[in-house]
Design a protein. Structure first.
Length: 211
């Protein structure tokens, strides 16, 4: 069994619409056989470029509805206020994106709560495992989309045994390396106008192949 993290995105993806959020979960549940552990991850921030913040009201609904279906629900955070809000919930971990300017947030997470962090280089990934806090690292290429060959080039010495944030457009990386932890963006349908909704994201129909 692998741990599959599905990034449900922010206000861009769900339109800050509870009906749409419910549909995102319901369509996932239809294809989830229980073969793997699926964790739902959102994105919480006050401001992040052109992205639309997910409202707290919508996150609360997403958390409550997701947990009612049996999913663990958490989020990436991009600022201290969002972290403080997230910590009000019973979460499996806090996620920090592949942005070293956000690493200071790791020290703000209570030690009993795991922290997952994406890293863009092999050196960063290895170094993260030697620190006192020892976050759980994921290899990540923040180009959307990217290719398996780019992961193999950048993480050539560790890819066989590492955890992955996968931004490729297919399941080749999954089948070739079978990581114990993998993260994919999740959408109901691809939408190039959504920064998180391009061909690198996985639809329910695509996920039915691996779930």
């Amino acid at each position: 069994m692998s741990q599959i993290i599905l990034d449900f995105g922010n206000g861009n993806t769900c339109k800050n619409d509870k009906t749409y959020i419910k549909k995102m979960y319901d369509e996932l549940k239809k294809v989830d056989s229980g073969k793997h552990e699926v964790i739902v991850k959102w994105q919480l921030f006050k401001k992040a470029g052109e992205n639309i913040p997910l409202t707290h009201e919508c996150f609360d609904f997403a958390y409550q509805y997701g947990t009612s279906l049996g999913y663990k629900v958490t989020s990436s955070v991009f600022d201290k206020e969002s972290l403080d809000y997230l910590l009000k919930y019973n979460i499996p971990f806090v996620k920090i994106a592949n942005n070293r300017n956000l690493d200071w947030l790791i020290g703000k997470v209570p030690r009993e709560i795991p922290v997952y962090v994406s890293y863009g280089t092999e050196k960063e990934y290895i170094f993260a495992q030697t620190g006192e806090s020892e976050p759980t690292p994921l290899v990540c290429i923040s180009n959307y989309p990217t290719f398996v060959t780019e992961y193999e080039k950048r993480f050539s010495n560790i890819l066989q045994n590492c955890f992955v944030s996968d931004h490729t457009i297919d399941f080749d990386l999954w089948y070739k390396y079978q990581p114990e932890v993998i993260e994919w963006h999740y959408v109901l349908e691809h939408d190039e106008k959504n920064l998180d909704g391009g061909l690198f994201a996985r639809t329910p129909e695509q996920l039915s192949e691996v779930l």
